[in-house]
Design a protein around this ligand. Structure first.
Ligand code: ATP
Ligand code: MG
Length: 398
């Protein structure tokens, strides 16, 4: 069993010796039972944050407002959260009031799904009041208590349910699915950044096709930014072998392409995703319309870079239902043949151009460099200083 628990067990012991309870909780227990890799453990305790800070000499207040203190122990950081109950949820996303409690059972009760509502003590005894273990064996996502109530308390849980369908390739309990059909509109009240974070995890998951089907069939999709009238587009997307595309930027591109979305920029901005991702998706979509290899120029391949070109060609093969392996090979070959792979590999610099021409710095430098790059890539001139200088002279004469 996972080493990560053995390493953290002394932290639990120290809390117990001070007279409180402490457990591993949440996703790490679920992932342990599933045999998945565990990146970090969450610890829950009956001690209040103030009491935890008395016990451990080195702590950091990372999330003190919701009862989480970071403890540094033997050069490792552990997030320790006080048992709490939540009440109020008048805004459908954040509890009005968080109350520290001393009962593990009640702390587990506020958690979203039964598979996430288990605890394990330092001696590896499992507390499983909601049959989370059984749900994991059956590979089913069930809410702790009534799905209607739990989704109304925090509408993000609907997205979490579907992203776990994708991430764990579990199915969703019938009652929870029916509740999605009734409560989808509540998702509109959740901050888009949080919805985006779950959606990204969904897109990275192995079961993304099933998850997207569930979004479609439950009607939840209609409450995602920009998805209002995308029923047909989503059906089209799901009909494709999308499991072949594993990069989120690739899936977003394929999605927008399937939607026939005209204004990509506006659509992506509504999701408040990082600008870098928006730019990447936009480049891929432009390339999708023309292809990178071999239909177009070396310059295009150079500007895309290997990774983006690979994603683009993979998407094209998905759209054409052709062999992605062949497309990949074609891109790799063409890329290998490029005379230069980066601007820094060019044999001349802007300084050279100024020296040769005696002109002052200005936008002309980039224009000339771009022209040279293109000529080098298209084998009109060799990538060495003398050849380029000569080519420039003749080019300037014409
Ligand atoms: P991951 O592997 O993606 O981190 P996780 O289950 O650990 O999955 P987290 O978001 O890290 O997910 O949350 C940790 C735990 O906190 C969950 O396992 C669950 O018990 C509880 N939790 C998280 N978000 C919610 C929520 N919106 N409502 C109720 N409980 C939640
Ligand atoms: Mg987690």
């Amino acid at each position: 069993m996972s080493e990560i628990f053995s390493k953290a067990a002394p932290v639990l012991q120290i809390i117990e010796e001070a007279g409180y309870e402490a457990y591993f909780v949440g996703g790490s227990i679920r992932d342990m039972l599933l045999g998945r890799t565990i990146s970090d453990v969450d610890i829950a305790t009956s001690a209040t944050p103030a009491e935890i800070k008395e016990i451990f000499p080195k702590t950091v207040d990372v999330g003190i407002e919701h009862g989480t203190v970071m403890v540094l122990h033997h050069n490792e950081a552990y997030e320790i959260t006080t048992f709490r109950s939540e009440s109020g949820y008048s805004d459908y996303r954040r509890p009005d009031q968080v109350t520290y409690i001393r009962s593990l059972y009640k702390d587990l009760m506020r958690r979203d799904f039964t598979m996430n509502a288990m605890a394990m003590d330092k001696d590896r005894n499992l507390s499983d009041p909601f049959d989370g273990r059984k749900a994991i064996e059956e590979r089913i996502i069930r809410t702790v208590g009534s799905p209607d109530e739990r989704f109304k308390e925090d509408a993000l849980r609907m997205m979490r349910a579907i992203r776990f369908v994708s991430q764990l390739t579990f199915s969703l309990d019938d009652a929870a699915f029916k509740s999605l059909e009734r409560n989808g509109q509540l998702l509109q009240r959740i901050a888009v950044e949080r919805v985006f974070a779950e959606f990204e995890k969904l897109l990275k998951g192995e079961g993304k096709k099933e998850a997207l089907k569930m979004l479609l069939h439950s009607g939840l999709y209609a409450f995602l930014p920009g998805f209002e009238n995308k029923q047909q587009g989503l059906s089209k997307l799901i009909a494709l072998p999308i499991e072949k595309v594993t990069e989120p930027a690739g899936i977003w591109s394929l999605m927008l392409y399937s939607f026939g979305e005209q204004d990509t920029e506006a659509f992506l901005r509504r999701w408040k995703m990082p600008v870098k991702l928006i730019k990447e998706i936009k480049r891929i979509i432009v390339n999708l319309h023309t292809g990178v290899v071999p239909s177009s120029s070396n310059e295009k391949l150079f500007r895309s870079g290997l990774e983006e070109a690979l994603i683009t060609e993979k998407i094209i093969s998905v759209l054409n239902d052709s062999d992605p392996g062949q497309a990949e090979e074609r891109v790799r070959q063409a890329y290998k043949m490029l005379a230069i792979k980066a601007v820094s590999e060019l044999a001349v610099t802007g300084n050279d151009l100024m020296k040769w021409s005696g002109r002052k710095p200005g936008p002309w430098i980039k224009e000339d460099l771009d022209r040279i790059i293109k000529a080098v890539l298209e084998h009109q001139v060799m990538n060495n200083k003398a050849a380029i200088k000569e080519w420039l002279v003749s080019w300037n004469q014409t």
